[in-house]
Structures are given as structure tokens and as C-alpha cells.
Design a protein around this ligand. Structure first.
Ligand code: XMP
Length: 506
């Protein structure tokens, strides 16, 4: 299969580069620069050196074997990658404040295959302090800006290309065309990477590899584990056992929907474990958010372990890891704001021979495409993110059955009203606070609880804006919740962005 190697030197746009390449239907793999052997490079149609925060002339800066430039495999160096190429080929790189550029910059091009179908003058995105001061032998300058005499260079006989700017970001107006030129005209790619092929190849490969094996998967009802489940089910049918732990902290009707979908629509070997009481008992009296999260994470593992024991020896454990998880797991630990609950602890307690991660090559939108192709319902494929600890982190204070019932109703109403209005939001839900306030119903005084409506607009959930929802949506939700959900006397809307707040309340 034709693929592009993205050699990772620590740049912040690496995933974006991979996305841009895959958008052209060419498969791209990001690999750390120090984990790739020179001989392996020959297997790729082309290589992209990413940007990075270092200066090439620092002793500790990430470097690669210069022999990569003699393999005949085309290379495109971006930002730090461009400087690295210059440095490896014998040119000179230096840092100078007056040559540094940041932001949109006017770019002037001088004939190169990389610029096919691109005007001589356009806008590019720059972000650098160091620059190529002297180009290496065999190269010529192919672009410049007002401050940077070498904004791009190339040795076209060796198919080596370097750009100081970032073609992968949309601010570089012709960036997409530049990447297309690199992939198709320089690397000779054909652009045949398709999700249908991924599905077909995976199903065929797993059918053969997993013949007669007992395969276990923890199904949460989230997008990733659902898609992994259907993919493997297609390959090995009932040899895949899916365990769905209902911890009683899901949204209204959600657990039944998950069960119906997988049991009836897909005829899966599904085991639903109704563990609501176990979780409620463990959570009884607990009010501290991190403690709640820990308890739920641990109890989830215990329940799963108990169920797995009934199955006897398991050969393969499947995990719904996706590509961003793979890349991010290599990164250093940032400070823990919230301990996110995934099924990460399972491998330690289940006896099995092998872990399988069928989606580890895919980005989220690609996972969704696979899910759609496999016939998963829209509600599942496009499901908004939902935290592993579920409603437990949306009820402030102690969790009780009564509070769960109240929140479920309020949340369902809000979601329905928002969806019916067509308003755009990336995540929207209700929170039940432990705040009571006075109200009036008929002629009587009430003293009920306060529900918060939360809706955020975001690309990546790392930062988020509160959504400017139409008043009509808020009004309809508020009216219905106070009328239809007993015990609620007040509804408020959360107008805090992230940061300083987080998306979830706990
Ligand atoms: P925060 O609250 O950290 O949420 O701003 C960012 C995104 O992550 C989701 N979230 C979780 N997802 N396990 C998950 O799988 C968790 O424990 C968890 N906590 C928060 C949250 O819903 C939002 O989309």
C-alpha cells in the first residue's frame, strides 16, 4: 500500500499534516524521528519532515541520518524540517530576530514542480526564528519573502524540497495544492486510500488471523468501541464477545438503545451487565469529584473482570484506541485536571494473549466513516462525547437514584429542544446542582433544585466557547423542565468558556 512517512521532530501541526495527506486519499503515518530505521524509509512513497521547537545546530536537537537524502525517496521538509534538510546537506542555518516571521506573510515563488498551478505571489503562514542562511550545494532557492531570502529551496534532481512556511495550515492559501503537487507529481502517488479498502482489508485480515479464537471487547456505546465491535463482528461473528457494563450512569434510554442496536441490528454476542446497584452502593456518600471518578473507574474494571472470568481463557482483548490516542500517549504527562476514565486498566486484570487495536491508524472522522459504512446508526456514529463516569460527574454532590432520575429527564428535554431547533453545538447537556432555591407553583411555595444547561462550541474540546444558543431554545427547555420534571424549580444557563471552566462540571 502506498504511504507517506511523516517524520516527527516535535512540531505542533504534525497531526494536521497527516490529515491533509489523508484528505488526498494517500495513507500517512506519523512516526517519531528516532524510531525509524533508514532501510524502512524505502518502503514509503515519500517523506515529510515536520516542524519542531529546536534549533538544528543544538547538540540535543533531533536529527536524522543524512543518507535519507540519497535513497531516491522524495522528501519535503517543513519549517524545522526545512532547516534540518539544509543543515544535513551542508547548508547554514542561523537564528536572527530580524529574519524571524510569524503569521500571514506574502510569499514569492520561483518555478518549481512543487508550485504547479499556483500563482507567483500568495499568502503563506510563517512561524520561525531560525532561517536558512546559506543553501546547500545542489539546491536552489524556490521562494522568498520580504524578510526571508530562502522561504523555500529544492534539489529537484534528488527530489528534495524544503519550505520554511506551513503548507498544512489553511492560512497558507495554496498549501493544499502544494501538498497535492508533492504527493502526486513528485512522489507519484495515485491517491487510492479509501475507507472501503480499510474495512475490506481489516475484515479479511482479522477473519484469517483470529480464526477459532475467543475475542473480548468492552463496549461502552461510544463511537470508538462501537465501531471496533462492528468491524470485528463482521470478521469473526460470535467469536467476538462484547461486554457492556451498564453502570446506571448513562443518559435516558441510552443503555437500552445500545443493547437493541448491537443485539438486534447486528446479532452480536453481547453481554449486558446490569451493575447499577453495585455502582450506586460504592458511590454512596461520596461527594468529591476525583473520588467519584476513581471509584467508577475501579468498579468498572472489577465488574468487567468478574464477567470475563465467566468466559474462561480469552485469546485476544480488543481496544478502541484511535490514532490521536496513539500519538498522544507518547507525550509527557500534563498536570492532571481530571482523571479521565477509559478502559485503560483492563489489560492488567484480564488474562489474555494479545491486545488488538483495530482503529489505531484512524482519526476520529475516519472512524466515523468506517462506522457509517458498517451500518451503525447515525445516533451512534455522530454521538456527542460523553464522559466515562457518565452522569456521576454531572450531579454535584452525592449520587442518588432520585437525582439520577431527575437529571436524566431534564437532560433529555434539553437535548431534544436543542436538536429540534437545529442550533449548532458540539456538546450539550444538563447538570444537576445541589443548590436549592425558592419558587412558586400555583399558589404554593416550592423549594426545589437548580438545573444548569451547558452547551459548548469547540473543535477539539481542549478549549471551548459557550454556545450563543437562541433564547427560544433556552426558554422552551426551561419551561418544559420546570413543568415536567418534579423537584426542579430553577433552570440556569452556563456562560463560562474553557478555560477558565472545564466542559464538565466535575
Ligand atoms: P473537560 O470537562 O475536561 O472535558 O473540559 C473535555 C471533554 O472530555 C470529556 N470528558 C471525558 N471523557 N472520560 C471521557 O472519556 C472522562 O472521564 C471525561 N471527562 C470529561 C467531556 O465530556 C468533554 O467532551
Amino acid at each position: 500500500m502506498e504511504k507517506i512517512l511523516i517524520l516527527d521532530f516535535g512540531g505542533q501541526y504534525n497531526q494536521l499534516i497527516a490529515r491533509r495527506v489523508r484528505e488526498q486519499h494517500v495513507y500517512a503515518e506519523i512516526r517519531p524521528y528516532n524510531k525509524v530505521r533508514l532501510e524502512e524509509v524505502k518502503r514509503y512513497a515519500g517523506v515529510i519532515f515536520t516542524g519542531g521547537p529546536n534549533s538544528v545546530y543544538d547538540q540535543s536537537a533531533p536529527h536524522f541520518d543524512p543518507a535519507i537524502m540519497t535513497l531516491g525517496v522524495p522528501v519535503l521538509g517543513i519549517c524545522y524540517g526545512a532547516q534540518l534538510m539544509a543543515w544535513m546537506a551542508g547548508g547554514k542555518v542561523s537564528g536572527a530576530e530580524e529574519a524571524s516571521e510569524y503569521g500571514k506573510t506574502c510569499l514569492h515563488l520561483k518555478g518549481s514542480l512543487l508550485w504547479k498551478d499556483i500563482p507567483e505571489e500568495s499568502v503563506c503562514w510563517m512561524s520561525h526564528t531560525d532561517h536558512i542562511r546559506e543553501i546547500p550545494k545542489g539546491f536552489r532557492i524556490t521562494a522568498y519573502t520580504d524578510k526571508c531570502t530562502c522561504a523555500a529551496m529544492a534539489d529537484e534532481t534528488r527530489k528534495l524540497y524544503a519550505v520554511q512556511f506551513h503548507p498544512e495550515v489553511t492560512h497558507t492559501v495554496y498549501g493544499k495544492q502544494m501538498l497535492r503537487n508533492f504527493l502526486f507529481d513528485i512522489c507519484g502517488c495515485t491517491g487510492e486510500w479509501r475507507m472501503e479498502d480499510f474495512v475490506r482489508r481489516s475484515v479479511a485480515a482479522y477473519r484469517e488471523k483470529l480464526q477459532g479464537k475467543k475475542v473480548l471487547l468492552a463496549l461502552s456505546g461510544g463511537v470508538d468501541s462501537s465501531v471496533a465491535a462492528v468491524l470485528l463482528h463482521k470478521a469473526i461473528g460470535h467469536n467476538l464477545v462484547c461486554v457492556f457494563v451498564d453502570h446506571g450512569l448513562l443518559r435516558k434510554d441510552e443503555a437500552d438503545f445500545v443493547e437493541r442496536t448491537f443485539r438486534e441490528k447486528f446479532d452480536m454476542n453481547l453481554r449486558r451487565v446490569n451493575a447499577q446497584d453495585r455502582f450506586l452502593q460504592k458511590l454512596s456518600g461520596v461527594t468529591e469529584p476525583e473520588k467519584k471518578r476513581k471509584i467508577i473507574g475501579e468498579e468498572f474494571i472489577r465488574v468487567f473482570e468478574d464477567e470475563a472470568k465467566k468466559l474462561g481463557k480469552v485469546d485476544v482483548l480488543v481496544q478502541g484506541t484511535i490514532y490521536p490516542d496513539v500519538i498522544e500517549s507518547g507525550a509527557g504527562e500534563a498536570s492532571v485536571i481530571k482523571s479521565h476514565h477509559n478502559v485503560g486498566g483492563l489489560p492488567d486484570v484480564i488474562a489474555f494473549d494479545e491486545i488488538l487495536e483495530p482503529l489505531r491508524e484512524l482519526f476520529k472522522d475516519e472512524v466515523r466513516e468506517v462506522g457509517t459504512q458498517l451500518g451503525l446508526p447515525k445516533e451512534l456514529v455522530w454521538r456527542q462525547p460523553f464522559p466515562g463516569p457518565g452522569l456521576a460527574v454531572r450531579i454535584i454532590g452525592e449520587i442518588t437514584q432520585e437525582k439520577l432520575d431527575t437529571l436524566r429527564e431534564a437532560d433529555a428535554i434539553f437535548r431534544k429542544e436543542l436538536e429540534a431547533s437545529g442550533a449548532q453545538s458540539n456538546q450539550y447537556f444538563a447538570v444537576l446542582t445541589d443548590l436549592r432555591s425558592v419558587g412558586v407553583k400555583g399558589d404554593a411555595r416550592t423549594y426545589g433544585c437548580t438545573v444548569v444547561l451547558r452547551s459548548v462550541t469547540t473543535d477539539d474540546f481542549m478549549t471551548a466557547e459557550w454556545t450563543r444558543l437562541p433564547y427560544e431554545v433556552l426558554e422552551a427547555a426551561s419551561n418544559r423542565i420546570t413543568n415536567e420534571v418534579s423537584g426542579v424549580s430553577r433552570v440556569v444557563y452556563d456562560i463560562t468558556s474553557k478555560p477558565p471552566a472545564t466542559v464538565e462540571w466535575e
